[in-house]
Design a protein around this ligand. Structure first.
Ligand code: UDP
Length: 313
């Protein structure tokens, strides 16, 4: 049985990846320090023999007994309000955490995939963003703690690849949504659902003309699965190129939520908020034969069903 370590396993993406690898017949070791993740996301995995959980902060030395075939590094605060609240931890998990895990991968001869982000492109001056674009990032702005940690993470991972010959994979993840997002994590779609479902004002930042392209979580997991098993070490964008304005996203959520009386209101735009974002997925299509399959109407419906179960508790 292949063994895979997944950091951030109790988070949104980490828990879906844990499900997928258990389903594929792997032994999954989930690791999380639970500062933004929650055991609710993995309660169903805990009784399984194929799943082991370690409560651990990967910014500290990481020990895993026995053999290891793969490492997926998905631990990090990932919403702008989280990394504003935890700037140092965000920097540490992307840098020191990545270094620890690369060392572990080297010691175990494991293949390591890191969760990078469209944030490496910053406030991009080209749209859509191909992997060759170097980005437009403000290192000392509020988002710098996340963006620069992820850029360092990519550089460190490439160095282990070229210098130590480690097998590495880099996925650049664009905005992703779906069940197990936290209702109140500050990101646009959960915020809009929460507001619409509790009849509060829907807070669109700026004039809502900034764009994002939202990928349903199952599509993202499929792309990551294929990338891990591919033989391509350079970064690959995984995201859904269907780009919309944030105002349109807010309107779609309002239209979906039964009987809501919420109205859209406009608030100040956060500093360094990217004006556009959309993945160029040519590489993922060609190298991995991957493309998204869940359209936004369907993805938003599934996400709404999940949030309905959460609002009852
Ligand atoms: N946003 C918004 N209202 C909210 C939360 C976010 O208008 O209550 C905007 C935010 O300014 C950004 C976009 O929605 O332009 C996406 O924000 P999110 O936090 O989801 O992720 P980002 O793509 O900025 O990392």
């Amino acid at each position: 049985m292949k063994k895979i370590l997944i950091t951030g396993a109790a988070g949104f993406l980490g828990s879906h990846l844990s499900d997928r690898f258990v389903k594929e017949g792997y032994h999954v070791i989930g690791m999380d320090n639970l500062i933004t993740g929650t055991m609710d996301n993995i309660d169903h995995l805990m009784p399984l023999e194929e799943f082991t959980f370690y409560h651990h902060d990967v910014s500290k030395f990481v020990h895993v007994p026995g053999e290891l075939d793969y490492i997926l590094h998905f631990a990090s605060p990932a919403s702008p309000i989280d990394y504003l609240k935890m700037p140092i931890q965000t920097l540490k998990v992307g840098s020191l955490g990545t270094h620890n895990l690369l060392g572990l991968a080297k010691a175990k001869s494991a293949r390591m995939l890191i969760a990078s982000t469209s944030e490496v492109y910053g406030d991009p001056l080209v749209n859509p963003q191909p992997e060759e674009y170097w980005g437009n990032v403000n290192p000392v702005g509020p988002r710098g703690v996340y963006d620069e940690a992820k850029r360092f993470q990519e550089a460190m991972t490439m160095a282990y690849h070229t210098y130590h010959g480690l097998e590495t994979r880099i996925v650049r993840i664009f905005n992703t949504y779906g069940p197990r997002m936290r209702f109140i994590d500050g990101r646009a779609l959960p915020a809009f659902f929460w507001q619409a479902m509790t009849n509060e004002d829907i807070t669109v930042f700026g004039d809502g003309s900034q764009t994002r392209a939202f990928c349903y979580v199952d599509d993202l997991v499929e792309g990551i699965y294929r990338l891990l098993l591919s033989n391509y070490a350079m970064p690959v964008n995984i995201g859904n190129p269907d780009e919309i304005s944030i105002l349109q996203a807010a309107e779609e959520v309002v239209d979906l939520v039964d009987g809501t009386t919420s109205k859209i209101v406009f608030k100040g735009l956060p500093k360094d908020d990217p004006k556009v974002r959309r993945p160029d997925i040519t590489k993922a299509k060609e190298l991995l034969d991957w493309k998204p399959t869940v359209d936004r109407a369907e993805g938003l419906r599934r996400t709404y069903e999940y949030f309905k179960t959460k609002i009852k508790n």
